[in-house]
Write a protein that binds this ligand. Structure first.
Ligand SMILES: Nc1nc2c(c(=O)[nH]1)N[C@H]1C(S)=C(S)[C@@H](COP(=O)(O)O)O[C@H]1N2
Ligand SMILES: [Mo]
Length: 253
């Protein structure tokens, strides 16, 4: 899709949601680079562009719904990971994840590498939120971890950084979010679930939980965070591994 027709589509969609009075402001905002997702030119990106711009403009920093303790699912569903975990993961697991590290690099003043013990010593947030899978199931659990915003503050993110790329030990799984999601208080590097260490099937020892977006953006087994201003430099340039599988980069709910 060309830039012009994409912008027209975006403007049309925003008219419907923003109303005529807000149109001029909405079109101006949507035309800014930040509201065109990296996969906008793909089949799945077209719908995502409308949702992304509309949600950013209309909802700003609204949070995902949080639930009561009694709403926690008694039988949460762990989607089997694909591909299965390999020997390198097994060796780290056998050592109680003592050598697990999350490296933080890219557009930061102080690149760093954090152990799980260090992550546990940072301020924690606990929240009861839902994992909603694009395939239709969902469950509610209590998640505890370090807000990603805290990590970004520690490494002193450059003001020019626009995205956080996050990678799993499973090389096929990586993704990225914009700074609005990265700095949102509900975006946490999750270390515990329902009061115990995060179980491996749910992404333990550490998973990025992003309750404002669909389940596939909550990548398990995080080993690296990279701050960037240009997603085209990574993979096939679409911002994550999922567009290649047919999932849109932006999956706001
Ligand atoms: N590393 C990794 N992260 C992953 C996956 C995966 O296979 N590997 N699957 C994703 C998909 S498609 C979904 S729907 C959710 C499933 O989360 P759950 O197992 O907690 O239900 O995890 C996401 N994170
Ligand atoms: Mo999924």
């Amino acid at each position: 899709m060309s830039g012009i027709s994409r912008r027209k589509l975006l403007t049309t969609g925003l008219t419907a949601v923003a109303g005529v009075s807000g149109l001029a402001a909405a079109a101006k905002l949507a035309g800014r680079d930040g509201l065109i997702p990296p996969d906008a030119g793909t089949l799945f990106g077209a719908g995502g562009t409308l949702t992304y711009a509309a949600q950013r403009i209309l909802m700003g920093h609204a949070g995902a719904r949080e639930f009561d303790r009694r709403q926690i699912s008694t039988a949460p569903f762990a989607n089997p990971v694909d591909p299965p975990l390999d020997g390198a993961f097994g060796r780290l697991q056998a050592a109680g994840f003592a050598d697990w590290r999350i490296d933080v690099d890219g557009m930061v003043a102080r690149p760093a590498s954090f152990s799980l013990a260090e992550l546990r010593s940072f301020p924690q947030r606990t929240q009861i939120t839902e994992v909603a899978c694009e395939e239709g199931w969902s469950y509610i659990a209590e998640w505890t971890g370090v807000p990603l915003a805290h990590i970004l503050e520690r490494v002193d993110t450059h003001p020019q950084a626009r995205y956080v790329l996050y990678r799993s030990i499973q090389k096929d799984w990586w993704d990225s979010i914009d700074m609005a999601d990265a700095l949102h208080p509900q975006t946490i590097l999750t270390l515990a679930m329902n009061g115990t260490d995060l179980p491996v099937p749910f992404g333990g020892p550490v998973r990025l939980r992003l309750p404002r977006q669909l389940g596939y953006k909550s990548i398990k087994y995080i080993v690296r965070l990279t701050l960037t201003d240009d997603l085209k430099k990574f993979g096939s340039g679409l911002g994550s591994s999922e567009p290649d599988l047919g999932y849109s980069w932006y999956a706001g709910i």
